[in-house]
Design a protein around this ligand. Structure first.
Ligand code: SF4
Ligand code: MG
Length: 310
């Protein structure tokens, strides 16, 4: 299961049309209610695949996706799946692509509720106000709004079904930098007001520094480090987390030149032996070429690296 819009994937498929790719493997994490869990990784790390599994858009070939005791991956009772799926919504990167250009905002926002035969009177207007837009916007079309406003409309639509979990896939990366923090602040406020739980998918560690309660760092479809933001930012234990931090612009005012992550993301069809990160890792030793490191607990973080120490 994968996203065919990825340029690197198309290159692989041209070369090997029947290639088999394991997008995500052995990833396990728990999201506490009313917290934000961030999944961070570069393109091809499997983060969107995981997001789609969480909302039931993709079925994993193994494992569980347990949402409040219902296993979305294996449950066969359609009524149970429907009930759980209405508690989960997803917000995507490109707010324009996910809004029907021929529909008025009122109908776009109310659609998930209307589809289930629910009451929609005044619903869009109420939600527009909650996301910082105006009641008058209900009669307009998507093209009449800026990128940030469109993402607000997507958020309003997600809220319409009163979800408890919202999976946000790069919700601000298509927006201007000046607008990104406004949308993130809105998301934080809504989380508090509605008691929401977020899974926030991003390639940008700085986005999650102030929003996430826990961060999972993904590399080539595997979790390599997981912990609280303060631990990951102050004392990253995995060399890849360190590399992501070095590549991120600093938000603390002490300007530091960002260095882009070094090396190419390897071919996911033929991942490197041992630790998949070894071709890019400054600490790689002989054992790293041969043995895949397993996740282990070090203090309050979990990390998959042979060399990681307290
Ligand atoms: Fe680097 Fe080895 Fe750790 Fe992998 S296991 S991140 S190659 S030191
Ligand atoms: Mg993605």
């Amino acid at each position: 299961v994968f996203d065919v819009s990825k340029p690197w994937l198309n290159r692989v498929l041209e070369r090997e049309p029947k290639a088999f790719l394991t997008a995500v493997s052995e990833v396990d994490f728990e999201v506490e209610p009313q917290t934000t869990y961030a999944l961070v990784g570069e393109s091809g790390s499997g983060k969107s695949t995981i997001g789609r599994m969480l909302v039931g858009l993709l079925k994993p070939s193994g494992g569980n996706v347990d949402i409040d005791g219902v296993d979305l991956a294996n449950e066969t009772d359609a009524a149970k799946i429907d009930a759980i799926r209405s508690d989960i919504q997803m917000i995507f990167q490109d707010p324009y692509a996910s809004l029907n250009p021929r529909w008025r905002v009122r109908d776009i926002i109310a659609e998930p509720v209307a589809a289930r035969g629910g009451k929609t009177d005044g619903l869009a207007e109420k939600l527009l106000e909650q996301v910082g837009l105006s009641v008058k916007d209900a009669g307009k079309f998507p093209h009449e709004f800026s990128g940030g406003q469109r993402q607000r409309i997507c958020i309003a639509r997600a809220l319409a079904s009163e979800p408890r979990l919202i999976v946000c896939d790069e919700p601000t990366s298509a927006l201007d930098v000046s607008v990104q923090s406004q949308v993130l602040n809105l998301m934080s406020d809504l989380k508090d007001n509605f008691g929401l739980t977020y899974v926030l998918i991003t390639h940008d560690l700085t986005v999650v520094q102030h929003m996430a309660d826990r961060i999972g760092v993904l590399y080539l479809g595997r979790l390599v480090e997981e912990g609280a933001p303060e631990d990951l930012f102050d004392a990253p234990k995995h060399p890849y987390t360190q590399m992501l931090l070095d590549a991120a612009p600093r938000m603390d005012g002490f300007g530091r030149e960002a260095t882009p992550p070094e090396g190419e993301i390897p071919d996911p069809i033929n991942p490197p032996s041992g630790c998949a990160f070894h071709p890019r890792c400054p600490l790689a030793a002989e054992v790293c070429h041969k043995e895949r490191p397993v996740m282990r607990r070090l203090g309050n973080t979990r990390v998959a690296c042979h060399m990681a120490e307290e």
